[in-house]
Design a protein around this ligand. Structure first.
Ligand SMILES: [Ca+2]
Ligand SMILES: [Ca+2]
Ligand SMILES: [Ca+2]
Ligand SMILES: [Ca+2]
Length: 292
């Protein structure tokens, strides 16, 4: 009798209440797993985006450095190859003293002594191929023909120049003994402004004496012609292609003559991740023939 009862009991299946409890527990476990998975995916996505940004920026700087080093390369000594334009431009390529650095130079790529098509190169920041609604711009290389993409999602691009004005074979230095890194602040294609306003050997936001967002506070005593340039300092500020959830950028970057503060910029700039990379290029081709 009791054996039959037990068989009956074990075969009776589940009550509605038991099913509900089981489903509730299952639901809690599943949503827990989903939350962990979602967090991991989010972290993974962010990590991928940051790695992509870093690789993108480093790769572009490597190419840029390599080519900029060739500026003025003129093995036949024809004087046809030089730095020709360092003026500031906006991202639509219009001259603007509040714009970004651009750099145009020529080198004798095929070593025939003639300035050929494709031997005049410009690097610039541009909203190419068309105006980006989120303010994301790209680093562009132009060789006289159409624009080519060097790096996507570059937030700021800056250049400064060292020079040898007295032609003694040494880079000119400041009163404090620091190599002078200068720019053309008034867009007439000569160097006129020393970025290191406080002459401490570093170029950063403390050199913005009047706090207008630009390192335009220490004019050179004389303007310096482009043919006196001997070295180029490069700043590339890359950022992720998309906003990073739950992230807020609080760092201030100095990029050439510009102080960049994403937390006060528009277009959700504060919610991206950034990376600043820099390089100094000695232009071995930009020396006088008597030193060659
Ligand atoms: Ca040539
Ligand atoms: Ca100038
Ligand atoms: Ca300084
Ligand atoms: Ca200033």
């Amino acid at each position: 009798m009791s054996a039959t009862k037990n068989i009956l009991k074990s075969n009776r299946g589940y009550t509605i209440a038991e099913l509900l409890v089981a489903m509730a527990i299952g639901g809690i476990v599943l949503s827990g797993i989903a939350a962990v998975y979602q967090n991991q995916t989010k972290g993974y996505r962010t990590q991928n985006m940051v790695v992509e940004m870093q690789q993108n920026a480093r790769g572009s700087l490597f190419l840029l450095e390599k080519e900029v080093r060739m500026a003025g390369f003129d093995p036949a000594d024809t004087d046809n190859f030089a730095i020709t334009d360092i003026r500031l431009r906006d991202t639509s390529n219009n001259l603007s003293t509040s714009g970004y650095s651009t750099f145009t130079f020529a080198y004798d790529d095929n070593e025939d002594g003639v300035l050929d098509t494709g031997e005049t190169i410009t690097y610039k920041l541009s909203d190419w191929p068309s105006a980006a609604p989120d303010g994301v711009v790209d680093l562009i290389r132009n060789d006289g023909g159409s624009d080519g993409l060097v790096a996507e999602s570059i937030y700021a691009f800056g250049l400064a120049y060292s020079f040898d004005d007295d032609e003694d074979g040494e880079l000119d230095t400041s009163a404090g003994g620091n190599v002078i890194w200068a720019i053309d602040s008034d867009n007439d294609n000569d160097l006129d402004m020393n970025l290191d306003d406080n002459d401490d050997g570093y170029i950063n936001a403390t050199d913005d004496g009047d706090a207008d967002g630009f390192l335009n506070d220490n004019a050179l005593s004389t303007d310096i012609d482009l043919d006196k340039i001997r070295g180029i300092r490069i700043w590339v500020l890359a950022r992720t292609k998309n906003v990073v959830q739950d992230f807020s950028e609080n760092r201030i970057y100095t990029v050439g003559n510009r102080v960049v503060n994403p937390s006060s910029d528009s277009n959700s700039a504060v919610n991206y991740r950034y990376q600043l990379i820099t390089a100094v290029v000695k232009c071995r081709n930009l020396i006088f023939s008597q030193y060659q």
